[in-house]
Structure formats: C-alpha cells, structure tokens
Write a protein that binds this ligand. Structure first.
Ligand code: GLU
Length: 476
C-alpha cells in the first residue's frame, strides 16, 4: 500500500437542514480529533441533496459553528479538493458518472413504476405484515435510463454481511437489510445512500464516524462498495447522546440548543470542545479539563464508548468555569469586556473590575453570568461608594464602638502602606496580625462592609486592592 492510501482522512458530512446542535457537532469533533491526531485530513462536506428539507443559511451556520470551536477543515465548501466541490449539489455530474458505471455493469436500472404504484406495493406489504422490499418487484427487463425516472441499484447478491466496527466490534445483518434502493431520484438528485459513498471514495475517506442510525443501512452500503469494486472505509459508530434523564435521545426538551447559542451565552470555545469530547469518550484517569491540543494527543477510537452518553449541562458549566480560571489574566479581561460594551464604564471602574475578576470566578460559570450579576447591582461598589446602614457594620455579638475602633485601627495600619506596595498580598499581610489578635470576624467584617456596603461581597483584601488606597481609606 502506498503512503497516501494509508493516510487518515475523515469527514464531517452534515445536511444543511436546520440548527447545528451539539449532537451533530460531537460527531464532527470526533472526526476532526482523529484526523488531527494522525496528521491526516479533515473534510467538511455539505450533504444538500434533499432540497425540500434544506434551510437557507444553514450551511453558513455550520461553517461558523466549526470555526468558532477552532475545528478547521482542510477541504470544505470554500476549499474544493482534487475531486472538486465539497458541496454535494455541485457534484451531480460525478454521481452520474458512477451511476453510469453501475448501469454498464448491469447493476442499476430505471424504476419503471409510477410513485402510486410503488406506494401500492408498500401498502400491500404492510397489510400482509411483511417488510416492503422493492427487489420483489424488480422488472424482468430494464429500459435504458433517460434521467426522468428514479435509478435503482440492483443488489448483486443476497447474502449475510459481517463487518467490523471500530467501536461496536463485529456486526452483521442478513439479506433482509438489502434492497434495490434508489440511487438517483427523478429530480436528478442522488440519494444519501448513494452519493455519500461516491464522495467517501472520491475523497479518499479512511474512517467514517457517525451515529448508530446508519448501522442498519450498512449492508446496503457494503453491497454498493462491492458493486463498485472498492474497499469500504473503516466504520466507527459513535454512541448516541442521551438527554438529562439518561434514557431518551437528547431532544430540544432537554435543552439541546444550537451551538452558536452557547457562544452567545458566553461559553468559551475550548470549554465547549472539552465538554463535547467527553460525551461518549474519555481518556481514562481523573483529569477532565483538557485543552484542544491535549485532546488531540489523547484521543483514540478505542476509548469511545458503545453505550449512550448523557448530556449534562451542569458539567458544561463546571468545565467552562475551569477553563476561565486557566485563561491568562489579560485574555480573561478582554473576553469579559466584550460583555460590557454597552455599560460605558469609566477607566477607573474598569480597572477595579479587572482586579476583582479573579475572585468573581467562583460566582460565575460564564462571563455572561458575571455581566448579569453586574447589571443586577452585585458589584455596584466599584462605581460609587455604597450607602451604609450602620447596624450592618457590626459582626455578630460585637458592639458598634468596637467595630468603629477596629476600623480606625485598620485605617491607620493601611495608611502606612506605600502606594507602590498596594497589592493583595501586602494589604492582607498588613491587616492580618491585628485581625488575628482582635478576632477575624470582628475586624474583617466591618472592613469588608465599609468597602462594599454589602452583606455579600469579595473578601476585604481584594476589595481594598480593587478600590485602590485613596478610595479604601476614604470608605473606611
Ligand atoms: N448527511 C448525513 C447526516 O447528516 C451524514 C451521515 C454520514 O456521516 O454518513 O446525518
């Protein structure tokens, strides 16, 4: 075998019929990871031969979703290959050539019946509680195909097929799964069953990764590969994604959303990729937070599970939070800022917000959560001094006099800390000894309250650091 024949080539082949939901994208991600892991090729192919179900804008949305997640394609709608376009509706002549090859071999024929007649066959079979098989009605002699009638595959041999699936192991199905299926419809468009195989051959696809709904049709595919005299690719069936209940397939009711909705909600693409990768796969071990590069390195088909995998939005939140914590400070701040575009905050407020950001992490799953908290007044003290309620300044059973005494003391301690040494560590260090001596709550509660005016807010050291020396002393 030549090197090129051994090269890993995977494809993601969505139909542009609607939203790019997470289930679909997980399939794309696995194919992408496998290609990248093997320094192979990843193809984005648009399967748009069902013109009735096609939705305008869907193709663009697919491309945007993949781009957002960083799943770059080597060939795609905007990057044709040596085989030509990666959009099926632009490849009709290729399918026609393959159809003609089959006609020449006597393995394809025009369906002589009207739609009504085929429907009547189907009904009859149903009435007799038999599966409908077109091959039972295969005409004795074939007319030549002029393109106005559906072209059907003539199954060459009725037999049992056994094949290997990289995830499921040995699979097999009998001849009940074989039929004279339509290759090209009367409207000139090929069926999925036909054209995806032509494309997988033309594009040199080595591994086909897709959902379990295609297992039952695999014997049809295998008999077509045989008819064309081509070795089939390696099949890897991915586990279904189950809704939160863990019993049924993920549906909109379980919160299955368009992938770009997650972008709008402030999830990080790296977190989304990490989350999707773990739906039905895991590298083993305890570690669950992975960068894209780490996923590429660890990914393997033999750790893809067979059983359905639960879609758990809470896990996505957790993963996102962990990814936020790993962002370099400047990057985190930049990302956060994009949610504050309409706030027109002063430079000073922004500066304070930036210093608060690390402690805000614990309260948020996404940057958008942070923004919502901000809009709800959670961080109002960064813009202006709070209005105080004197009784709130007292910690538990302490007295107002004591609280005031502690504040005076802390103020004098902090005023000796030079401006250029005003950082989190030094502030804490300066106050700590006194707080330990007088009782942490007695000292730190009044301090925190005097800075934020809130019962709940970040610790007093962070607040003092964020507000700066002058403002801190003023508020105390
Ligand atoms: N267009 C098919 C789908 O969206 C692709 C299936 C496959 O990967 O072969 O389900």
């Amino acid at each position: 075998m030549s090197d090129t024949a051994k090269k890993v080539v995977t494809r993601f082949a969505p139909s542009p019929t609607g939203l790019m939901h997470v289930g679909g994208l997980r399939t794309g991600l696995f194919a992408w990871l496998w290609a990248r892991k093997n320094s192979g090729t990843f193809i984005l192919r648009i399967e748009d031969t069902d013109k009735i179900r096609e939705m305008p804008g869907s193709k663009e949305q697919i491309m945007e979703s993949l781009s957002w997640l960083g799943l770059t394609w080597d060939f795609g709608p905007d990057k044709p290959g040596t085989w030509g376009s990666c959009i099926q509706s632009e490849r009709l002549s290729v399918y026609k050539t393959y159809a003609e090859k089959l006609i020449e071999k006597g393995l394809a024929y025009p369906d002589p019946y009207t739609e009504e007649e085929v429907e009547a066959f189907r009904k009859k079979a149903e009435e007799n509680k038999l599966p409908f098989l077109f091959r039972n009605h295969r005409p004795e002699t074939f007319e030549s195909w002029d393109g106005t009638k559906p072209l059907r595959f003539k199954v060459p041999e009725l037999k049992r097929y056994e094949w290997h699936d990289e995830v499921r192991g040995a699979l097999s199905a009998g001849m009940e799964a074989l039929d004279d299926f339509v290759l090209i419809k009367a409207d000139g468009f090929p069926t999925y069953n036909f054209c995806h195989i032509v494309d997988d051959i033309e594009m040199g696809v080595s591994h086909v990764m897709r959902g379990e709904e295609f297992i039952s049709s695999t014997p049809k595919f295998l008999s077509l590969y045989e008819a064309l005299g081509v070795q089939p690719p390696i099949f890897a069936t991915l586990p279904p994604i189950l809704g939160e209940s863990g019993t049924k397939k993920l549906s909109k009711r379980d919160g299955a959303k368009d992938v770009l909705d997650y972008r709008a909600e402030g999830y990080l693409p790296g977190a989304m990729v990490n989350f999707l990768a773990f739906i039905g796969w895991n590298p083993g071990g305890e570690k669950e937070i992975y960068s894209i590069q780490e996923l590429i390195k660890s990914f393997s088909i033999d750790r893809i599970q067979k059983a359905g995998a639960r879609f758990n939005p809470e896990k996505l939140d957790w993963i996102n939070k962990e990814h936020i914590k790993l962002l370099p400070m400047e990057e985190a701040f930049e990302k956060m800022l994009s949610y504050f575009k309409d706030e027109s905050l002063s430079e000073l407020s922004l500066e304070r917000l930036k210093k608060l950001l690390p402690v805000a992490y614990d309260r948020m799953n996404t940057f958008s959560d942070f923004h919502t908290d901000f809009k709800n007044g959670e961080y109002s003290y960064i813009i202006e001094a709070p209005v105080y309620d004197q009784k709130n300044i007292i910690w538990k059973t302490d007295t107002l006099e004591n609280a005031q005494k502690h504040l005076r003391e802390v103020k004098s301690i902090l005023s000796t800390l030079p401006d250029d040494l005003w950082n989190l560590e030094n502030i804490k260090h300066a106050v700590w000894e006194y707080a330990e001596k007088e009782g942490r709550g007695n000292v730190l509660w009044p301090l925190r309250y005097s800075l934020s005016g809130k019962d709940k807010s970040p610790d007093p050291f962070t607040l003092a650091f964020a507000l700066g020396k002058d403002e801190t002393l003023k508020r105390i």
